[in-house]
Design a protein around this ligand. Structure first.
Ligand SMILES: NC(=O)c1ccc[n+]([C@@H]2O[C@H](COP(=O)([O-])OP(=O)(O)OC[C@H]3O[C@@H](n4cnc5c(N)ncnc54)[C@H](O)[C@@H]3O)[C@@H](O)[C@H]2O)c1
Length: 316
């Protein structure tokens, strides 16, 4: 993005949101809406509060009047959601409310003139257990096996419909697993916490062969901005790396970066070798569409995991 813009970032106090804000706040006017439901506090964005070009609004986007009186924006980056797939598997209502109702309210704000450009954080979970790996954007039918993936697929449909009705231009990004600084959930976060508590053993959910493609958050944020600026219509993009990293390999990387030795791995509590019901065992995205548009990640899947482990070991 070259010229200064007025941006609204929903979920801007979270992991990807705070990295997005930090990438954009020097050159743009940034408003964050976040109810801090997934965060204990505003620690990731506190350093921006007080700047003239930054505004933090602590509100819940599932409430209908949240967007009243906010004015107009050049671009909305919509990240607020329940991002915890496991939590949704225990109570699908959470995905329905946070992800579907929340997105509908963002779209209604746009419909009423608040903005006509949208970046949306979807997920590889929309594909479910795809029969084609790496999975291209054109793969179908999409049959999610988690309410999280289902809620994001519903969001995608509402976004394309609102785009058609109301002239919104949206870029829908199906993220692989995003990793990096400020991450507060997911396998890396979990392994670091467990090993800090007991450096002699590590409980691994599932059988450790679950493998997914990982993308570093810095690549994820830059790719969204790059691709939206080169796209003329509402479109869908996979964002990830074609190679996969197994859960066992992640465990090895965390153990090594923490300087531990002889850690005993215990494979516990999984369902059919998966972490939990709704966990896709292998997720690999075809990234040829974004490559053809000129995007290239700086970090491959293993390198993204390594960098993220280093960042999270240092920051905590
Ligand atoms: N991290 C990943 O690997 C990944 C992968 C695929 C898609 N995504 C999507 O990217 C987006 C950002 O994910 P993240 O990893 O940064 O998650 P996160 O949980 O760190 O951030 C989400 C933020 O949204 C806020 N939020 C949740 N519900 C809200 C509501 N009703 N009103 C206002 N704020 C609310 C939370 O407090 C949190 O700060 C999410 O939509 C997630 O589904 C993430």
């Amino acid at each position: 993005m070259t010229e200064s813009k007025k941006l609204l970032v929903t979920g801007g106090a979270g992991f990807i949101g705070s990295n997005t804000v930090s990438r954009l706040v020097d050159q743009n006017d940034v408003t964050v809406i976040d109810d801090l439901s997934n965060e204990p506090d505003d620690r990731f964005i506190r350093r921006f509060i007080g700047r003239g070009n930054f505004r933090f609004i602590k509100k819940d986007i599932t409430k209908p009047r949240t967007f009243d009186g906010l004015g107009k924006f050049d671009l909305i980056i919509h990240l607020a959601a329940n991002s915890d797939v496991k939590k949704g598997s225990e109570n699908p209502d959470i995905d329905f409310k946070q992800n579907i109702v929340g997105t509908k309210n963002v779209l209604d704000f746009m419909k009423n003139g608040g903005c006509s450009e949208l970046l949306f954080s979807s997920t590889s979970a929309v594909y479910g257990e795809a029969a084609v790996l790496p999975t291209p954007e054109t793969y179908g039918p999409c049959m999610p096996i988690s309410s999280y993936g289902a809620s994001k697929l519903a969001d995608e449909g509402m976004i394309t419909a609102y785009s058609h009705y109301y002239g919104i231009r949206a870029s829908i990004f199906r993220f692989a697993n995003v990793v990096g600084i400020n991450s507060t959930h997911g396998v890396i976060f979990d392994f670091i916490n467990r090993l800090r508590a007991d450096g002699s053993r590590l409980d691994i959910l599932g059988d450790g062969t679950q493998a997914k493609s990982y993308i570093h958050v810095s690549d994820c944020v830059d790719a969204m901005l790059f691709l939206h600026s080169r796209s003329e219509k509402t479109d869908v993009f996979n964002l990830g790396n074609e190679k996969m990293t197994s859960v066992r390999k992640i465990a090895d990387i965390v153990v090594e970066k923490l300087g531990l030795r002889n850690v005993r791995y215990e494979f516990v509590g999984g369902v059919d070798g998966r972490g939990w019901k709704g966990d896709v065992k292998k997720a690999q995205l075809d990234t040829s569409k974004v490559s053809a548009l000129g995007w290239k990640n700086r970090h491959g899947s293993d390198a993204a995991v390594e960098k993220a482990v280093e960042e999270n070991v240092v920051s905590r």
